[in-house]
Design a protein around this ligand. Structure first.
Ligand SMILES: [Zn+2]
Ligand SMILES: [Zn+2]
Ligand SMILES: [Zn+2]
Length: 264
């Protein structure tokens, strides 16, 4: 591995692809890029390992990618497809001497406490249980040498963050907006011309809380990222068909895809 590696653990929408009981062409496709577990990203930089969200497929994703270490978890929001694998984080806690740092909005942390009360309880002294170290974040913070900025976006009624990850030593920036309908001009300005943009492109038809492919394309062109990857896709999207229609700097992500930027 080079100094930095970003792995798409999952690139699917909340039900995943294939969808249970569906016999559409994409769900029956033999193209492995059309199999999408729930969206999540793994960031490795030098000795730092950051997991973005802990969805219901976390166990399978971690085994597939042979992830043995997570130093922190950053949460976009509290929808079930981003938090349901919370208890799988136990396996990463067993190897640590200190609780596992979790970074999330105050709302999302509150929801995690409601959903997994035993983990946050003062009585959580059991060996083997997840040991969280919660941090409510509303503005830029640093984890090791990575600067991380939560950026609020519109995504239905649930408060949701996109994140800007900046690697100052490398002059490299990644924007991760897995669940978004739109964002303010201020947020868009903060991620203008990022090196890598990862953005929600749910499907072709309009959706109240996610970008369509057309909206994601317009958004990506406005941001002028060097490279853009679409994620959080549904079974309406056939990888090969859509990829063939996209401009050269815009790609569909797929599960297991690794990006190892050439750093200068
Ligand atoms: Zn989602
Ligand atoms: Zn289907
Ligand atoms: Zn969501």
């Amino acid at each position: 591995m080079s100094q930095m590696c970003l792995t798409f653990l999952g690139t699917g929408t909340s039900v995943g692809v294939p969808v249970i009981g569906c016999d559409c062409e994409v769900c029956l496709s033999k193209d492995p890029r059309n199999t999408r577990t729930r969206s999540s990203l793994f960031i490795e930089y030098k000795d730092t390992h950051i997991l973005v969200d802990s969805g219901p497929d976390l166990r399978e994703q971690a085994l597939r990618e042979q992830i043995t270490k997570v130093d922190a978890v950053v949460y976009t929001h509290s929808h079930v497809d981003h938090v349901a694998g919370f208890d799988e984080l136990r396996a990463f806690c067993w190897k640590r001497d200190t609780p596992l740092p979790l970074f999330a909005s105050p709302f999302c942390l509150g929801e995690l406490r409601n959903m997994f009360p035993w983990a946050f309880s003062k009585e959580n002294t059991f060996r083997g249980y997840i040991k969280p170290d919660p941090h409510a974040v509303e503005s830029s913070f640093k984890f090791e040498s990575i600067a991380i900025e939560p950026l609020p976006v519109e995504h239905g009624r649930t408060p949701t963050n996109g994140y800007l990850f900046s690697f100052p030593q490398e002059n490299y920036r990644v924007a991760y907006f897995s669940d978004i309908k739109k964002c303010s001009p201020e947020v868009a300005a903060k991620i203008k011309k990022v090196d890598l943009l990862i953005v929600d492109a749910l499907r072709y038809d309009d959706h109240p809380s996610h970008m369509t492919v057309a909206e994601a394309l317009t958004f990506a062109q406005g941001i002028e990222a060097s490279q853009t990857y679409f994620t959080h896709m549904s079974h309406e999207i056939d990888h090969e068909t859509l990829q063939a229609k996209l401009p050269p700097s815009i790609h569909l992500a797929h599960d297991g895809l690794k990006i190892e930027p050439t750093l200068v």
